[in-house]
Design a protein around this ligand. Structure first.
Ligand SMILES: [Zn+2]
Length: 272
């Protein structure tokens, strides 16, 4: 605690003093450009790894950078997502997993957690789709490789979970939202970004040319999803998407008509 109290003083006399104008400006309101969803792990520092300033990232953190599917939890995640996109008009979301993630290690031995950490056990059910996918599709993986692939697949699972939120779905439809999947490597400080076209995590610099951060994808097309290429050619649906109203609350049964079977499977497996 002594270290932290001294740190507070040091922050005031150095960083704050050098950025007085920025703090004065931020006291009137925030205008972050990016919603950054990452793990609570102490080794992941969003502003530090992206070299961004105070006020630039709106951050949601929890064990395993998890986004509970819409309607499946009453936690703060949904409220923060809604606020970020609706009130702050944020148009870019990054879901950032990281190497050596304890939550993902826990997910791989879920049953052992039931007694010792029942709340963690319950929370990780929002990543059940990741666990199931890994079990079914990566039977040969083990050790570090297994954790690595679980981290990578979980980022994609959580992107699908994010898309179950009405405000996210609506903004994607209007071409006003982009969702990115990242992995941060603790051991070398490197970030890799998911490229839906190659279905691989790559150096984000290599994607700068093809990404258009200022302009969203054309309506009805998902440029930045991990869906297979065929989904990008999907025409704008004739039917109006079902919208939640006061008389007709949103339910997960509304989801299938918009999603590919793969997306629906991930979401449903994750919300059970
Ligand atoms: Zn973690």
């Amino acid at each position: 605690m002594k270290k932290l109290i001294e740190g507070v003083e040091q922050f005031r006399s150095t960083y704050y003093a050098q950025h007085r104008e920025l703090f004065e400006q931020l006291s009137h309101g925030q205008a972050p450009r990016v919603l950054f969803i990452c793990c609570s792990d102490s080794r992941v520092a969003p502003n530090l790894i992206t070299n961004t300033d105070i006020g630039e990232l709106f951050v949601i953190r929890n064990a395993g950078n998890i986004v509970p599917p819409f309607g499946s939890a009453n936690g703060g995640e949904g409220a923060a997502i809604e606020y970020a996109i609706n009130a702050l008009n944020i148009q870019q979301v990054i879901i950032c997993g990281h190497s050596h993630c304890g939550a993902m290690k826990g997910l791989l031995k879920l049953n052992k957690l039931q007694e010792s950490m029942p709340l963690v056990y319950d929370w990780l059910k929002h990543a059940e789709a990741t666990r199931r996918l890994i079990n079914d599709s990566y039977p040969e993986a083990s050790g570090e490789e297994l954790i690595e692939v679980t981290v990578a697949e979980n980022v994609l699972t959580q992107i699908e979970n994010l898309k179950t939120y009405p405000v996210v779905r609506s903004r994607l439809y209007q071409g006003q939202l982009e969702i990115y999947g990242w992995i941060y490597h603790i051991e070398n400080g490197e970030v890799l970004a998911y490229n839906p076209e190659t279905h691989a995590y790559e150096h984000p610099q290599s994607q700068l040319e093809t990404y258009h951060p200022e302009v969203g994808p054309a309506p009805g097309h998902y440029t930045y999803t991990d869906a297979p290429p065929i989904a990008c050619e999907r025409p704008i649906p004739d039917e109006e998407p079902v919208k939640p109203t006061a008389n007709r609350p949103w339910s997960t049964s509304d989801i299938p008509s918009w999603l590919t079977p793969e997306q629906a499977r991930r979401i449903y497996d994750g919300s059970r």
